[in-house]
Unconditional design. Structure first.
Length: 101
């Protein structure tokens, strides 16, 4: 929290900013439930707003690896979208069911 910009700390709820060692604790808890929450239809997706550091490496984003690991391959990071400043901020996760038997 000490490294965050003052305007971020003043605006955002502490629970949204304190995400554990890698900043993904809240997202990880949601991702673990996705295979049970999402149906298998064509529009079966979940959207996340993340710190750009979790999506910066477009070839191997930290968030994408976490999604695959936490769901056993049942969900994947489908796309990342930039915010108005050109930073990757939004992530679309799709249900694939590949990790299920």
């Amino acid at each position: 929290m000490a490294t965050l910009a003052p305007e971020v700390v003043a605006y955002e709820d502490d629970r949204a900013l304190c995400g554990g060692d890698d900043g993904l604790d809240v997202a990880r808890a949601i991702v673990r439930r996705l295979p049970h929450i999402l149906d298998n239809g064509p529009a079966s997706s979940a959207w996340f707003e993340l710190d750009d550091s979790h999506l910066l490496d477009r070839e191997k984003p930290v968030f994408g690896a976490m999604v695959r690991e936490e769901t056993g391959g049942a969900c994947v990071l489908a796309e990342a979208y930039d915010d108005p400043f050109g930073l990757p901020r939004f992530a679309k996760v799709l249900l694939t069911r590949e990790g299920e038997e």
